[in-house]
Design a protein around this ligand. Structure first.
Ligand code: KIV
Length: 282
């Protein structure tokens, strides 16, 4: 059965943790869906993990639509949320509604996610008024990397912690159906989770949140370089990929691949006849 906004809300109410993972393509979405993940986020993190940018700022609506379409085709039961890329909603309420609509109508997502608190409440309200569920995103909001001066834990002093709580209440009031809390102290996420009636989905925000989300390349050990401390490696797929690619290169170079079982054949007499005829033409 397709997960919906109502599924996530009822999970918060019953205390059943919500599972969310990112996906950016059909095959990965299908595997996650088969495993029973509740929600799939087509994150603008695709700019970094799929497209090789340093941050999420260059990601375009075309990028998001391309990947959201693929994920939607693979997600039979999971609730699909598409990120609104940088400058697709900050510019105006009109842009926000039009671009959210494209992610639903063309991309096939069931909800959109956008970053920010008080400053995006009008956009959230307008999108929700257009019958599109909105997931908020507070704490370390990667589209503000230049304001934060890097990817850093947020909400560590009183004023900033209080602002995140206020923002969470405001976006709930504006109509958000859930909120992602990224990289904030666990005790702060716990207070927010208790105060809100909508589900909180944590990433680097402790285990009191109503659910968790991770970037799948991080949790499968596929990312190289620095990974944040919250990105637990649940499997070492990166090593398996290296082993597989190395074995392919070695066997192809040595000629042991393809073997007979990977090869198609034809009757000997047909080949003899072809050879004979080709001999005549020489
Ligand atoms: O873009 C993304 O993948 C995200 C998650 C890190 C929550 O926003």
């Amino acid at each position: 059965m397709k997960n919906t906004v109502a599924t996530l809300l009822s999970q918060k109410q019953s205390g059943e943790k919500i599972t969310m993972l990112t996906a950016y393509d059909y095959t990965t979405a299908k595997i996650e869906d088969e495993c029973g993940v509740n929600a799939i986020l087509v994150g603008d993190s695709l700019g970094m993990v799929m497209l090789g940018y340093d941050n999420t700022l260059p990601v375009t609506m075309d990028d998001m639509l391309h990947h959201t379409k693929a994920v939607s085709r693979g997600a039979e039961n999971a609730f699909v949320i598409a990120d609104m890329p940088f400058m697709s909603y900050q510019t105006s309420i009109y842009d926000a509604v039009v671009n959210a609509g494209r992610l639903i109508k063309e991309g096939g997502a069931q909800a959109v996610k956008l970053e920010g608190g008080a400053e995006v409440c009008e956009q959230i309200k307008a999108i929700v008024d257009s019958s599109i569920p909105v997931v908020g995103h507070l704490g370390l909001t990667p589209q503000s990397v230049n304001v934060f001066g890097g990817f850093k834990v947020q909400g560590k002093n009183y004023e900033r912690a209080a602002k995140i709580i206020d923002d969470a209440l405001l976006i709930q009031e504006a109509g958000a159906c859930a909120v992602v809390l990224e990289c904030i102290p666990a005790q702060l996420a716990e207070i927010i989770t208790k105060e809100l009636t909508i589900p909180t989905i944590g990433i680097g925000a402790g285990n009191a949140c109503d659910g968790q989300v991770l970037v799948y390349q991080d949790m499968l050990g596929m990312t190289t370089g620095h990974t944040p401390k919250f990105a637990k490696k649940f499997a070492d797929v990166g090593t398996l990929m290296h082993e597989g690619f190395n074995a392919y290169i070695q066997e192809t170079k040595s000629g042991s691949f393809p073997a007979v079982e990977h090869t198609y054949s034809i009757d000997d007499d047909i080949i003899e006849r072809i050879k004979e005829e080709r001999g005549k033409h020489k």
